[in-house]
Design a protein around this ligand. Structure first.
Ligand SMILES: C[C@H](O)[C@H](O)[C@H]1CNC2=NC(N)=NC(=O)C2=N1
Length: 102
């Protein structure tokens, strides 16, 4: 099902509200790298995000190496960024703080 993509102003607002995220070169995604104390903390964070992602049917692209988690958010159904990515970035930022991410 198609999802509306963000206009330029809404994309800029997303980046201002979530300064730890950077716009990917093609403008169609945002990225953040998080570092945790150890693998246990990183995987605990990923588990919380995964359960939430499945509940809201919006799934991150990510990579984990020990205590590092690299996350890309984009909306495939929009061909770029949508409000769903803003909502997911907010959830991830809160979960990152709770998980002690640096
Ligand atoms: C059918 C299902 O609702 C869709 O494919 C959902 C699943 N998860 C998704 N995740 C992301 N990141 N983008 C999507 O467009 C998307 N669409």
């Amino acid at each position: 099902m198609p999802v509306p993509s963000l206009c330029d102003d809404d994309r800029d607002a997303l980046l201002s509200a979530h300064p730890l995220w950077r716009l990917r070169g093609d403008g169609k995604a945002i990225e953040r790298t998080l570092k945790f104390a150890d693998f246990n903390a990183a995987f605990g964070f990923m588990t919380r995000v995964a359960l939430h992602a499945d509940k809201v049917d919006h799934h991150p692209e990510w990579c984990n190496v020990y205590n590092r988690v690299e996350i890309t958010l984009t909306t495939h159904d929009a061909g770029g960024l949508s409000a769903r990515d803003a909502q997911m970035a907010a959830f991830i930022d809160a979960a990152a703080i709770a998980g002690g991410a640096g």
